[in-house]
Write a protein that binds this ligand. Structure first.
Ligand code: R5P
Length: 290
């Protein structure tokens, strides 16, 4: 197997290759002044199983990089093409919320299915679409950072209360709570727009003097967490930690969260300065089985 790394995900790709005991190749991406890109695969990949590592962030450019890379690998004679896409974008657009809207998650899955043979991803946002198998026409492997997050919490924190900011987060929070033997509460969220959300808090949230751990799959604008943190702070917790698998941190989201006194811990599905949890090990293990 050969792991092909692209752009901002080179570090993760190298680490995956090392752990999977696979060869590594760097795809060269050239950017033109008009925003077009060109991809070049300099190494010989003929008759090899190729694992392309690229998170879909930023979403649109990354999708083009992935498609160009996958198609080129196919033309260069790759035996099998695996797309390792630690962060799978567009999964939140899983229905037409209003008449006439594109269901982007399905379109994106359909597109990727045409170019690669297998998808490996981490904590995809599955909500109204219940499984990757229902939208991807190829084998799709869903990994989770839940075990790694729980391990981090067990090693570093005591007297923990886990908060899930919305119903979607229950799938991760419940598991982390079980693994860390902690209590958990799931809040109700109503999103009016990207920056405008309402959260419903239960009256007796026993958070005083506790280390609060808010866990979500994605931090994007940070508005979900900011609302949660602001409310929790009025209840006298000892500290507040925000965990996520995918740290997008649109605009100044991270600074805002830090400024109101919460700490951030994310995985490296999207590399950022809060990437304290490394997913390369679980991906390498999955690749050995594909
Ligand atoms: C959506 O339901 C996701 O699980 C996250 O809660 C959401 O993407 C967070 O977005 P933001 O940081 O923009 O509030």
């Amino acid at each position: 197997m050969i792991v092909v790394g692209l752009d901002k995900d080179l570090r993760l790709a190298k680490s995956i290759a090392q752990k999977a005991k696979a060869a590594f190749s760097k795809a060269v991406v050239t950017r033109f002044p008009d925003s077009e890109i060109k991809v070049c695969i300099p190494d010989n990949i003929s008759k090899k199983k190729v694992a392309i590592v690229k998170s879909l962030f930023p979403a649109n450019d990354s999708i083009m990089e992935v498609l160009f890379t996958a198609k080129t690998c196919r033309e260069l004679g790759a035996k099998k093409i695996i797309l390792v896409c630690p962060y799978l974008a567009y999964m939140r657009q899983d229905i037409a919320f209003h008449k006439g809207e594109a269901v982007s998650a399905k379109i994106m899955a359909d597109l990727l299915s045409r170019y690669v043979d297998v998808l490996v991803t981490v904590d995809p946002h599955l909500h109204r679409i219940k499984s990757l198998g229902s939208i991807f026409k190829i084998k799709a492997v869903k990994l989770s950072a839940v075990g790694l997050i729980a391990g981090f919490i067990k090693k570093n924190l005591r007297n923990v209360m886990i908060i899930g900011p919305d119903i979607e987060s229950k799938q991760w929070d419940r598991k982390v709570a079980k693994l860390t033997h902690s209590a958990y509460i799931i809040l109700k969220k109503h999103r009016k727009s990207s920056y405008n959300i309402n959260l419903t808090f239960s009256r007796n949230m026993d958070v005083a003097s506790k280390n609060i751990v808010i866990i979500d799959d994605i931090i994007s604008t940070g508005r979900t967490l900011l609302k949660t943190i602001k409310h929790l702070k009025t209840q006298g917790p000892k500290s507040i930690y925000c965990f996520c698998t995918h740290g997008i941190f649109a605009s100044d989201a991270a600074q805002k969260i830090r400024k109101i006194g919460a700490r951030i811990i994310s995985t490296n599905t999207i590399q950022n300065k809060y990437s304290f949890i490394d997913v390369s090990g679980i991906i390498a293990e999955a690749l050995k089985k594909v």
